[in-house]
Every structure is written in structure tokens, then in C-alpha cells.
Design a binder for this molecule. Structure first.
Ligand SMILES: [Mn+2]
Length: 400
């Protein structure tokens, strides 16, 4: 059997709403054509409660699977909480962290499950068969990173006998992303023939001990605007017989990236070089409205504060021609200023909290948030002990 592996559609992603649907739609219909089975590894939607406009468009997208006569049949479905399967198409999914809601509430992937668009493999075992060949999917939807290890352990997953066994999950892994307390390869349930992971938006193929593959298809839409996004977006097709994976690229908005290094630069120099870099990148992509990210590195002239550099002027200047993002990773303060700040701190003129709020204000400005954002409340919220910050509270303060 051939299995198409897709992830992170982020349908409804506000910044690139049309891209999110076009690119996911392209990937999904290609996948349906080319494979016997389709797997989607979570973050199908960008939010926990997508608007009905987003849901309606997603239903249209998933309906494509109904147009094909599939040979792979679901032979058994067994969920731990008694959920039933309603889908008659071999499209398997789990929910991601963006869709995760508490147990009593319905997440959007459960909605797709109830509508018969997907077979939900979260906390369930779904076995398919085609021409006597069996494949078993067991999955775990996205959980907060710190619970990943214990959640996998609690599932105590065992491979299904007589089938090719695939484990689906949606987490960050320490092998690919720096971070405290992330799960890793050693936490994966043992004995599976293939491991598929969503969540990380850059595609990756990893050969584990014994040659078993771990595949991360990446997102179908650009979200983080990282250098790695230049590699292109798409999905994998895994051939069960050959035990090989091939990456299929999809048409996407071009993503262009440049890094500029400065030394004691003034506003004029930074503006001029940034502008000419954007123009140069745009040259043969004119009309395609590419995403352009420019990273500014190095130092600025004495007395100049990088947070006063207006990066949003480039966004406006190239509006209509490109989606521009300028990331200011510039050093400003002279050593003298730094010592002065530390001295003030030591003498108690500025509390750690006040300094934290100042830094936060600078950062907010740098990332283009409005100046009326209540940095003090945000600081209080972020420094709260306990289970972390709720998206709602955060978005409230940030006016998102
Ligand atoms: Mn995601």
C-alpha cells in the first residue's frame, strides 16, 4: 500500500488565509489521487473553534476524498473511549495542539470524524486492508509538551499482530527543536514499523535504529517564516513494500530569505540595504507576491536604539508586491550603557520587574504590536506561576 502523509494545514490561518486552503487543498487532492490511504497529523485547523466559514470551506476540501473509489477498507476500529467511526474513506487523522480542547468538549477533528470525513486515530486503533495487506494506525493527538512522555506511556501501545504498524503523534522532539523537557526518539512506543509526527513545520526524514523511519512532513502553509521554509512545502508518500518515502512538493507562495550583517550602522544605511535586498529578491518573483523575510544582524551606531527602527515601513512600502517581514536581531547598547543599566539595577533604582516590562515593551514594538498594548498586564500574565498562559488572555491583551 502507498500511504500519503500530510500535516499542519492550519486552515483559517489569518495571515495567509487563502494560501492555507489552496495549498492544503492541492496537497490533499494530490494525496488522494496518488495513495491508497491518507494520513493527516494534526493542526488541520488553526484554531480550536474555527468559524463556520472556515468549517464550510474545509468540508468542501475533504469532500474530494468521496470522489474516489478506494480499495483500502477499514477492517477494525477500536477507540478507548467508545467513539465510533463514521468515515467510509481511508483518511486517517489525529488532532494537533492548535485543535486541542478538554475532554468534555468537541475539537474540530472530532467534528470531521462525526461528519465522516476522517477516521480519528487519536487514542484508537484503526486497521485497514487492501489485497491481503494490513496496516494498523494508532495515534496520540497533541498534548502540552511536558505531558508528552507520560501520555505516551499511559497509552501503553502495542503493535497489532499481522499488520504493518504506524504510530501517529503531534509533538516537538528534542532531536529537532531545542527546548526543555521535550520528548525524544527514546520515548516512542516500541515495535512499530513507521513513526509519523506533525507539529514541526519543516519536513524531516530520520532513520532510527534498525532502519525504521520517522517522518515529519511539515506544514502545507508558511507560518513561522524561518530560513528552512525555503526548502518548499508538500507531503510524503510512503511505499510499504519498499519501505521508502518520497517527498512531493506542492505549489506555494515563494518564500525568500536574506540575512544582512551590519557594523555600527545608521538608520539610512540599514534602510537602504534592506530595501535593495528586498528589491533584489523580488526581481524574478514579481507578480507572485512572495513572502520575504530579512534578518538584520550586527550592531547599530552609538546612540541608536534598534527598537526605534521602523520595520513596518517596509511592510507598507512593498504592500501588494510582497509580504515582507523584517526581523531585527541588532545589538544596540554600548558597553557603557549596559554597565549603567546594571549599576542602576544593583542600586535598586530599577526593579527586575520594571526592567522586564521595559524589555517586553521593546520587543512588542519590534514585532509590530500597537503601542497601546498593556505591557504591564502582559508581564504579570507571563510571569504567573502554574500551568502557563491561556491563549485567550494573551490575545486579549495583545488585541489579536
Ligand atoms: Mn502546527
Amino acid at each position: 500500500m502507498k500511504i500519503a502523509i500530510l500535516a499542519d494545514f492550519h486552515l483559517g490561518y489569518a495571515k495567509f488565509l487563502e494560501d492555507s486552503f489552496e495549498q492544503a487543498g492541492d496537497a490533499f487532492s494530490q494525496a488522494c489521487k496518488a495513495a491508497d490511504l491518507v494520513v493527516i497529523l494534526g493542526d488541520i485547523f488553526d484554531t480550536r473553534i474555527p468559524k463556520q466559514e472556515i468549517l464550510a470551506r474545509s468540508f468542501k476540501l475533504f469532500r474530494v476524498a468521496f470522489e474516489k473509489k478506494w480499495d483500502a477498507r477499514l477492517v477494525s476500529y477500536d477507540s478507548r473511549d467508545g467513539r465510533k467511526n463514521y468515515a467510509e474513506v481511508p483518511v486517517v487523522a489525529i488532532h494537533g495542539t492548535h485543535e486541542r480542547r478538554t475532554k468534555e468538549l468537541v475539537n474540530p477533528v472530532e467534528l470531521l470524524e462525526k461528519a465522516g470525513f476522517v477516521v480519528n486515530a487519536h487514542s484508537a486503533t484503526a486497521v485497514f486492508e487492501k489485497d491481503g495487506e494490513r496496516v494498523a494506525f494508532q495515534g496520540m493527538g497533541g498534548v502540552p509538551e511536558e505531558y508528552a512522555k507520560s501520555a505516551i506511556e499511559a497509552l501503553s501501545l502495542k503493535p497489532v499482530e499481522g499488520a504493518f504498524n504506524i504510530f501517529l503523534f503531534h509533538q516537538s522532539m528534542k532531536e529537532f527543536i531545542p527546548g526543555e523537557g521535550l520528548m525524544g526518539v527514546e520515548d516512542l512506543p516500541k515495535g512499530f514499523d513507521l513513526y509519523l509526527c506533525g507539529h514541526m513545520h519543516t519536513k524531516m526524514i530520520e532513520k532510527l535504529d534498525g532502519g525504521t523511519l520517522l517522518l515529519i512532513p511539515g506544514s502545507t502553509v508558511i507560518t513561522q517564516m524561518r530560513k528552512e521554509d525555503m526548502e518548499g512545502k508538500g507531503f510524503f508518500i510512503f511505499d510499504m513494500k519498499k519501505r521508502e518515502a518520497a517527498f512531493h512538493r506542492i505549489q506555494t507562495r515563494p518564500f525568500l530569505y536574506d540575512e544582512l550583517e551590519f557594523k555600527d550602522a545608521g538608520v539610512e544605511e540599514i534602510s537602504r540595504k534592506t530595501r535593495s535586498s528586498i528589491e533584489r529578491l523580488l526581481k524574478d518573483k514579481e507578480g507572485e507576491k512572495p513572502v520575504i523575510k530579512i534578518k538584520l544582524k550586527g550592531t547599530v551606531a552609538k546612540g541608536l536604539n534598534p527598537s526605534n527602527l521602523d520595520a513596518s515601513s517596509f511592510v507598507r512600502e512593498f504592500e501588494g508586491r510582497a509580504v515582507v517581514e523584517v526581523d531585527k536581531d541588532l545589538e544596540s547598547e554600548s558597553l557603557k550603557d549596559k554597565i549603567e543599566k546594571l549599576r542602576n539595577l544593583r542600586e535598586g533604582k530599577m526593579s527586575v520587574k520594571d526592567m522586564g516590562i521595559e524589555i517586553l515593551k521593546d520587543k512588542l514594538k519590534q514585532y509590530g504590536f500597537k503601542s497601546n498594548v498593556d505591557a504591564e498586564s502582559l508581564y504579570a500574565l507571563l510571569s504567573e506561576e502554574g500551568k502557563g498562559v491561556s491563549d485567550k488572555a494573551l490575545k486579549g491583551i495583545l488585541g489579536m
